[in-house]
Design a protein around this ligand. Structure first.
Ligand code: AMP
Length: 300
């Protein structure tokens, strides 16, 4: 099965203790699509400005990603996010969020995309997530992501989105913020009561927790020697997660567990280089090998 994704396609300015990149390829839908493309076909819905380099579009296409839903606004500028990470590499400090072309974006899905069965609403304005979801005819599995920026500014719209999804993928701190609850389990239960049966709590370098109804699964974080830029780890996680489910045409609980591990595998690669650069040389063999490392790490 193929996947439809809506989210940001961006030019990011990122500073970590290990380097700096200016106006480099980023965005939630970008990181997601690239990671998912190692598992299945992906169609991307987003908007960019005139300043977006053709070479980036060529890279997406070279990964087999369908870009006919990627609009280019003449005279407009591409979404720009600027962030800085400290030594703990956990939550970045957002220095700038310039929505630019996204401010006036009205997604219109190509006819074929309306029939998509696997849909991912990557981090973007919840109203855009809703507009896309409303155009899909009868999806089998819908998941979404968000971040503090939208939780703080559009909490009610976000609640409308998650009332319509099967799975919600969110950072631990953001889950607490959204549910207004310190205790993680209580926060998860509160969010589940708003709609999604499945919740994935991302815990940065410590791994991820899957809540499915009453069941809980814990995936470890792989201790890595090389971490240069954590930007896009969450979206690459989601790409591996959804990519695996779509490939298996499944959303049963055993496959959800496997999917969390594939998500962790893809996130672990993404952080090794700035932007999406690690993905340019990644092979299926690398993915398989790292999957086995995860298996070994948690075997007892
Ligand atoms: P993450 O996987 O959470 O590290 O996501 C990083 C990506 O999210 C970056 O490449 C940014 O371009 C993008 N991003 C940052 N802020 C926002 C926002 N408010 N809405 C949509 N995308 C964003």
């Amino acid at each position: 099965m193929s996947i439809l994704v809506v989210g940001s396609v961006a030019l990011d300015t990122v500073e970590t203790p290990f380097g700096r990149g200016e106006y480099i390829l980023g965005g939630s839908a970008t990181h997601f699509s690239i990671a998912a493309s190692f598992f299945t076909d992906v169609s991307l819905v987003a908007v960019v400005g005139e300043d977006f380099p053709d070479a980036h579009v060529d890279f997406l296409k070279s990964r087999g990603i369908r870009t006919d839903g990627l609009e280019r606004v003449s005279g407009g500028k591409t979404f720009h996010w600027q962030g800085r990470y400290g030594y703990d590499l956990s939550n970045p400090e957002t220095l700038k969020t310039e929505l630019n072309a996204f401010e006036t974006f009205k997604p219109k899905l190509p006819k074929e995309s309306r029939k998509s069965k696997y849909v991912f609403l990557a981090n973007i304005d919840p109203l855009l997530q809703l507009e896309v979801l409303d155009q899909i005819e009868s999806p089998d599995f819908v998941a979404c992501d968000t971040m503090n920026f939208w939780i703080e500014s559009k909490s009610q719209d976000l609640k409308r989105v998650i009332s319509k999804v099967d799975a919600f993928i969110i950072n631990e701190g953001e889950a607490r913020l959204f549910a207004k609850e310190r205790n993680l389990i209580k926060a998860v239960r509160t969010i589940q009561s708003w709609g999604p049966k499945t919740l994935i709590i991302k815990q940065g370098e410590y791994g991820a927790l899957l809540f499915h109804g009453d069941q809980i699964f814990s995936a470890p974080g792989l201790p890595l020697e090389e971490i240069k830029d954590p930007t896009g780890a969450g979206d690459s996680f989601a790409g591996g997660f959804m990519g695996y489910l779509a490939k298996m045409t499944s959303s049963d609980v055993e496959d959800l567990r496997q999917a969390v591990i594939y998500g962790s595998v893809m996130a672990s690669f993404n952080v090794e280089e700035f932007s999406c650069d690690r993905m340019r040389t990644l092979s299926q063999q690398d993915i398989l090998y790292r999957y086995k490392e995860f298996q070994n790490l948690a075997r007892f």
